[in-house]
Design a protein around this ligand. Structure first.
Ligand SMILES: Nc1ncnc2c1ncn2[C@@H]1O[C@H](COP(=O)(O)OP(=O)(O)OP(=O)(O)O)[C@@H](O)[C@H]1O
Length: 264
């Protein structure tokens, strides 16, 4: 962890309000005045009750949701990139080269094999096919996905098998920023250990990570700091992982909107 190094990602006074166009334009304010700073090689874990806005924050950083107010900035050696102003066409390159996202669920494409799903982020960057093939197989083997499944489309895989394909796909391209949305949710303890190792290796090569982990043991092993979203919305500050509040006892107060919108 590089607590004193300059941030790779920062947010200041971030707001998010959803406008539910299909429900008479009702507004749902989710986030107010959130600030954070994430350094290279650091894993910042989002904490807070269900529905507080953890996934929403990851989706704003990934460009799936628009920022309603405040600043969300990536810092490079040669300057800063303001994500809230980014034109749609810039996101494609950013996701290819800078931001990796490991969601809980795999988006399955019919007839595309598990191996190809994992290779795709490397091929999109123009990486040699043989090299991408080998790296995909190495990761799938590490994540204990049986070899007989590698050439099959993951649509029929179990939840844990699909999640491991998703994790391999998320880690293969070694993006400098990784967003992890409950990557261990459907895994057994042996595979959770592999994911913890992958996260620790990514940290060691300088990857900045923003994650959601409901599994307390995993969270303790990977988090450098916790960011409790409630505190931030009240103007609180980030906490070191050692003084973390457990979030496993979250109350479920989320009310899922009946019509979610694509780019909100
Ligand atoms: N596309 C959307 N349109 C409208 N409201 C949304 C949308 N996405 C999320 N929300 C709302 O924003 C709030 C925060 O949701 P989010 O999924 O970020 O919570 P969370 O903290 O990740 O919850 P959990 O721990 O249960 O996954 C919820 O009230 C949810 O209904």
């Amino acid at each position: 962890m590089t607590a004193n190094s300059s941030p790779f990602l920062s947010a200041s006074s971030l707001d998010k309000t959803f406008v539910l166009h299909a429900q008479g334009g009702q507004q749902l304010a989710v986030m107010r005045g959130l600030s954070l700073s994430l350094a290279p090689g650091e894993c910042l874990v989002l904490a807070g009750r269900s529905g507080i806005g953890k996934s929403t924050l990851l989706k704003m950083v990934n460009g799936n949701y628009r920022v309603s107010g405040g600043r969300l900035t990536l810092h490079f050696d040669d300057g800063a990139l303001e994500l809230s102003d980014l034109p749609a066409q810039a996101w494609h390159r950013l996701r290819r080269d800078v931001i990796g996202y490991v969601s809980q669920f795999l988006r399955v494409v019919p007839r595309v094999s598990a191996r190809e799903v994992v290779m795709e982020p490397l091929l999109a960057r123009g990486c040699d096919t043989h090299d991408a093939h080998q790296r995909a197989e190495t990761l799938l083997a590490r994540l204990n996905l049986p070899e007989r499944l590698w050439a099959l489309a993951p649509g029929t895989f179990s939840g844990g098998e699909q999640q491991r394909v998703n994790i391999a796909r998320g880690f293969i391209a070694e993006h400098p920023l990784l967003l992890l949305d409950e990557p261990t949710a459907s895994l057994d303890s042996a595979n959770r250990d592999v994911v913890v190792e992958l996260i620790q290796e990514a940290k060691a090569r300088g990857t900045a990570m923003l994650g959601i982990f409901h599994d307390e043991e995993v969270r303790t092993r990977v988090a450098d700091r916790l960011l409790p979203l409630e505190g931030h919305m009240l103007g609180g500050t980030e906490m070191p992982a050692s003084s973390a509040m457990p979030v496993s006892s979250e109350s479920s107060s989320a009310t899922a909107p009946s019509h979610k919108e694509s780019l909100q």
